[in-house]
Design a protein around this ligand. Structure first.
Ligand SMILES: Nc1ncnc2c1ncn2[C@@H]1O[C@H](COP(=O)(O)OP(=O)(O)OP(=O)(O)O)[C@@H](O)[C@H]1O
Ligand SMILES: [Mg+2]
Length: 264
């Protein structure tokens, strides 16, 4: 399979008042067409900063010092803000931890879904509403009519993540980036959301860049795993290979930590 996304030599600094922090230090990363790539690594290793750099969603203090981010041959790092805005949500979409903090508390789920649906398309209201119902069905929400009228606080964490996923998939992105999307959920709901993600990936054919420090999730869902450590990708391999014969000491440490608590 060819590469959908190719990141080369990505370096990102945070320019703070009294110091410069290098958060990402020469990352190379490929996401293949239709694959699940898990980006693993300890807290602070640069996973989120790498993910946000792809469409330049970084905080103001961050600076992309070097690197290219090629999406099917187009360098996103060289695109204007306007051109990139057209790609966000449409070709590359994100889901995050704590969906409720990204959903607007004063608008109904229906309103927010309609906004996501009409963002990149001139659909009329009737069409958009039909699409909203279909999207809720896609993420297996059983009572779409009721949920459309609900506010985010009326739904559970798992339901909000389903809604957020529906919004992310509204424009049928080629790449879905999921940054710790199940970390705030209990294990049962986590398993349901992971299952749903895998089903939707098969059905819609997007590539999934899934970020987690949880190696048991990596083992369950990944085709390949990349491990970050201190701003660099230190190891990248097929899932079965990385668990069978981890090469980098940090990968071995992560695996040992999980084996110890019996999660693998
Ligand atoms: N807004 C910020 N200002 C300054 N430094 C930051 C900021 N955000 C991140 N960093 C630094 O960049 C580095 C990488 O952070 P990042 O959030 O990408 O880590 P992560 O691998 O996603 O960790 P976690 O698993 O905890 O989410 C860290 O050392 C962090 O301290
Ligand atoms: Mg993170």
């Amino acid at each position: 399979m060819g590469n959908l996304l190719e990141i080369r030599n990505l370096k990102v600094n945070f320019n703070l008042d009294d110091q410069v922090i290098t958060a990402v230090d020469g990352v190379d990363l490929d996401v293949r067409e239709g694959e699940v790539l898990v980006l693993a690594g300890e807290s602070g290793s640069g996973k989120t900063v790498t993910a946000l750099s792809i469409t330049r969603l970084l905080p103001r203090t961050a600076e992309i010092v070097s690197g290219s981010v090629m999406l099917r041959g187009k360098d996103l790092a060289r695109l204007s803000e306007d051109s990139l805005a057209a790609i966000r949500g449409k070709e590359i979409a994100y889901i995050f931890q704590e969906p409720s903090s990204f959903l607007n508390p004063v608008y109904t789920i229906g309103n927010q879904l309609l906004e996501a649906i009409t963002l990149h398309h001139g659909k009329d209201k009737e069409e958009a509403l039909k699409e909203a119902r279909e999207l809720l069905a896609l993420v297996k929400i059983r009572e779409p009519e009721r949920v459309l009228l609900d506010y985010p606080h009326q739904l559970s964490g798992g339901m909000n993540q389903r809604v957020f996923l529906a919004m992310a998939l509204a424009c049928r992105p080629k790449l879905l980036i999921a940054d710790e999307p199940t970390t705030s959920l209990d294990v049962t709901v986590e398993a349901q959301i992971l299952q749903l993600l895998m089903e939707l990936k098969m059905r819609l054919g997007f590539s999934l860049l899934f970020i987690t420090h949880n190696l048991s999730i990596a083992r369950r869902i990944a085709d390949r795993v990349s491990v970050m450590y201190k701003g660099e990708v230190v190891e990248e391999a097929l899932t079965e290979d990385i668990f069978k014969a981890p090469k980098h000491s940090h990968t071995r440490e992560l695996i040992r930590a999980y084996e110890k608590i019996g999660r693998l």
